[in-house]
Design a protein around this ligand. Structure first.
Ligand code: NDP
Ligand code: 2IT
Length: 444
């Protein structure tokens, strides 16, 4: 067994029943093979063993009372994975599927994603198996207050800075921030994705989706191609999906389908995004309503069917493992040319191989969706400097960060002899800086 196989074997044995964590670690470490061959000193320093082990995992009880007076208890998590290059940074996810494995896969990915941004942020992630669906604003507030009543002692503007993820948007960040401030008395940049009236940054809301499209556009540009006239599928109908759709449309693409966890809409004439925003951002309703409001649009129960729609570009922006091998094969058969991952790990390992073997351009999540956390880091900079930048300023920085990441992962892939493999390129480019910082800081 070589070094990487031994590390993966140890990880699987010591962390049984954590399939998402195993999947992310396998993808990352396999991509690092050429780096470890070039740097035998990493094995002597057990660098990979340290890299895949969180510095700290906090697991806690979150009790709360619903509107009828019934008491509920959820699990809360914060995994502080790696602080080699900066304070822990990463979102909070509220979704019934959240468990230790999901938070650890997200945290591990986050280390390399944050490194790729070029900004000084380490990796962390957190969340709860709380299901926000169907809850009143008051229930959401009470849950967030209870969650923060434990979390506040573990975070800080210079130690660990959470943000949003699935189920955690502007409303939740507001409630979480209010409780943090009440407990500590400090109005500081301890959370990002804050509202504009209390320390947030312009363009943070749009950043992940816009960033994804900026990177995909760059991948097209170097091939003499562009979004104009392209047919695009966007999965999800949340924060990332909506702003990916908006930017792709503004570049002349036709987005024909989106979904939420119940089913997908197909609008041959092109999605009317103002209607999606009204349903999802204002009414917090189901995407099925779109087909009731838009003539000619179809609604289909179930999500997977979306990948049967022929397209040039697929932008999975909902959740992990939404594209498995079968869906990837269908997309390839129907002529997909670009796949940009807006969600974290939306493609299975087998699905990635299908795309790469077919010669589709595959932009991996840790690079393609890094625009969100990069703009969070810009929000942190504005908080520390007591500054407020214009939308144009933040958006221009975001775009240049995404193009830099694209160039860095492409050249890392080339440098290590895996030219077409941007998955390996992203892992290598992200890991180099983390490895250097960990090495410089000794065995910690
Ligand atoms: P939101 O909660 O705003 O939206 C999530 C969307 O995905 C909803 O439409 C939701 O549908 C759908 N979805 C969630 N789980 C499932 C599921 N199991 N099956 C089908 N659909 C599902 O989250 P975001 O848009 O913020 O996050 C989407 C993805 O992007 C996640 O993978 C997240 O980790 C990643 N990401 C987010 C960033 C950010 O800045 N927000 C930054 C980088 C990555 P429903 O409403 O029915 O649950
Ligand atoms: O997955 C992610 O990068 C996020 N959910 C955003 C994290 C952040 O700190 O902005």
């Amino acid at each position: 067994m070589n070094y990487i196989e031994r590390v993966l074997e140890k990880l699987r044995t010591e962390n049984p029943n954590e399939p998402e964590y195993h999947q992310a670690a396998t993808e990352i470490l396999n991509g690092l093979k050429p780096v470890c061959e070039r740097h035998p000193e990493y094995e002597k320093a057990a660098l990979l063993e340290r890299f895949v082990e969180p510095e700290r995992t906090v697991e806690f009880r979150v009790p709360w009372v619903d509107d009828r007076g019934a008491v509920h208890v959820n699990k809360g998590y914060r995994v502080q994975f790696n602080s080699a290059i900066g304070p822990y940074k990463g979102g909070l996810r509220f979704h019934p599927s959240v468990n230790r494995s999901v938070i650890k896969f997200l945290g591990l990915e986050q280390i390399l994603k944050n490194s790729l941004t070029g900004l000084p942020i380490g990796g962390g992630k957190g969340g709860s198996n709380f299901d926000p669906k169907g809850k009143s604003d008051n229930e959401i507030m009470r849950f967030c207050q209870s969650f923060m009543t434990e979390l506040y002692r573990h975070i800080g503007q210079d130690t660990d800075v959470p943000a949003g993820d699935i189920g955690v948007g502007g409303r939740e960040i507001g409630f979480l921030f209010g409780q943090y401030k009440r407990l500590t008395g400090e109005h500081v940049g301890v959370l990002t994705g804050r509202g504009l009236s209390y320390g947030g940054s312009l363009a943070r809301k749009e950043a992940t989706g816009y960033g994804l499209v900026y990177m995909t556009e760059e991948a097209m540009r170097v091939r003499g191609d562009g979004f104009k006239g392209k047919t695009v599928l966007v999965s999800g109908a949340g924060n990332v999906a909506i702003y990916a759709c908006e930017k792709a449309q503004s570049l002349g693409a036709k987005v024909v389908a989106m979904y939420d966890s119940n089913g997908y809409i197909y609008d041959k004439a092109g999605i009317k995004l103002d209607i999606v925003k009204q349903i999802k951002e204002v009414e917090r309703g189901r995407i099925s309503v779109y087909a009731e409001r838009v003539k000619g649009a179809e609604y289909h129960e179930g999500c997977r069917g979306i990948w049967n729609i022929p397209c040039d570009v697929a932008l999975p922006c909902a959740t992990q493992n939404e594209i498995e091998a079968e869906s990837a094969k269908t997309l390839v058969k129907n002529g997909v040319k670009y796949v940009g991952e807006g969600a974290n790990m939306p493609t299975t390992l087998e699905g990635i191989s299908v795309f790469q073997n077919a010669g589709a351009v595959f932009l991996p999540a840790k690079a393609a969706n890094a625009g969100g956390v990069a703009t969070s880091a810009l929000e942190m900079a504005q908080s520390s400097g007591r500054l407020f930048w214009s939308f144009e300023e933040v958006d221009a920085k975001l775009k240049s960060i995404m193009i830099n990441i694209f160039n860095n992962m492409s050249s890392a892939a080339k440098e290590y002899g895996v030219e077409k493999d941007l998955v390996a390129g992203a892992n290598i480019a992200g890991f180099k800086k983390v490895a250097e910082a960990m090495t410089a800081q000794g065995i910690v």
